[in-house]
Write a protein that binds this ligand. Structure first.
Ligand code: NAP
Length: 266
């Protein structure tokens, strides 16, 4: 059986470490190299926690892609560089699977255009946890009946972007079916700036950042006399790996960019 050759960018990170474990332990996957911000020319086995994995580390994305002959490029880095890595992978015919969050709408549109031009697959998923995808789908179902909604996303305090990609994606999915409405009282005033959170199409998104949290989200709906709360919790980063695995397998069979894991699940 031909193995799927994978590059991982951000391998030393919290998500990256889980992804290295996943790729290393999956029979038909092969880790061919990693892209890092440091340790150029070293082997991953020189890094603590990876002593059994001898693959080259690159710090230059283009050299990494050219020398690795990979099928899939997994990006788990930062919003500042993830977009450039993804673009470079597409330009060089390697299919990106991107978990890095914080891409703008313009960046997503540009990457979609590039994937279509090159006719190769790309999956960008703000949340690889199956439960989170279901939470978003259930929220979209509920939004047909409840036009008042507040999204509260809660993450660890090392997260760089706010609101989370999952919260934005949830808001987009809700906005696609929800009756347009500017929520709250028309004369509402914030006596402390930001108290009502971010405004997305008239609904509000609140970002909580605390040590101890991993990735959690509540979607609260309200109607007179009743509320509905849909909640998902990721307690560790292993929760995201089933989605990464499905994406690595699926991206090979796509010829366009797919945004959101829900669009590749049955
Ligand atoms: P993290 O622990 O900070 O890991 C990021 C890694 O990327 C670090 O090892 C960092 O190195 C490395 N890095 C930084 N700049 C780089 C560059 N130019 N080239 C290569 N590597 C670089 O963060 P994390 O918690 O793993 O999260 C990574 C991303 O995934 C974030 O955008 C986060 O929001 C997202 N995320 C997505 C999901 C999902 O399901 N889609 C779930 C959780 C998190 P240094 O530490 O040396 O800077």
């Amino acid at each position: 059986m031909k193995k799927i050759k994978v590059i991982i960018a951000g391998a030393r990170g919290r998500m990256g470490r889980e992804a290295v474990k996943l790729v290393h332990e999956t029979e038909n996957f092969e880790l061919v190299s990693v892209l890092d911000i440091k340790y150029d020319g070293k082997s991953l086995s020189d890094i603590e926690g990876f002593s059994h994995i001898d693959v080259p580390i690159y710090t230059d994305a283009l050299s990494c892609i050219h020398n690795s002959q990979a099928d899939v490029f997994v990006d788990l880095t930062t919003p500042a560089v993830g977009y450039f890595h993804t673009k470079m992978a597409l330009e060089n015919g390697v299919r990106p699977v991107v978990g890095t969050t914080g891409f703008t709408m313009e960046q997503l549109a540009e990457l979609k255009h590039l994937a279509n031009e090159k006719k190769i697959g790309c999956i960008i998923a703000p949340n690889f946890a199956i439960g989170a995808v279901l939470m978003m789908k259930f929220a979209q179902m509920a939004a047909k009946y409840f036009s008042d909604v507040e999204i509260i996303e809660m993450h660890h305090d090392q997260k760089l972007d706010a609101p989370s990609g999952t919260a934005v994606k949830t808001a987009e999915m809700i906005a696609a079916v929800r009756e347009q409405k500017q929520q709250g009282h028309p004369d509402e005033e914030e006596t402390l700036a930001g108290a009502r959170g971010a405004d997305y199409n008239g609904m509000h998104i609140h970002s909580v950042r605390l040590p101890g949290l991993v990735a959690h989200q509540k979607v609260l709906f309200g109607l007179p006399g009743q509320t509905l709360t849909i909640r998902h919790d990721s307690f560790n980063r292993a929760s995201f790996m089933s989605g990464v695995k499905i994406s690595i397998e699926t991206v090979l069979h796509l010829d366009t960019l797919v945004y959101g894991l829900e669009n590749i699940l049955d």
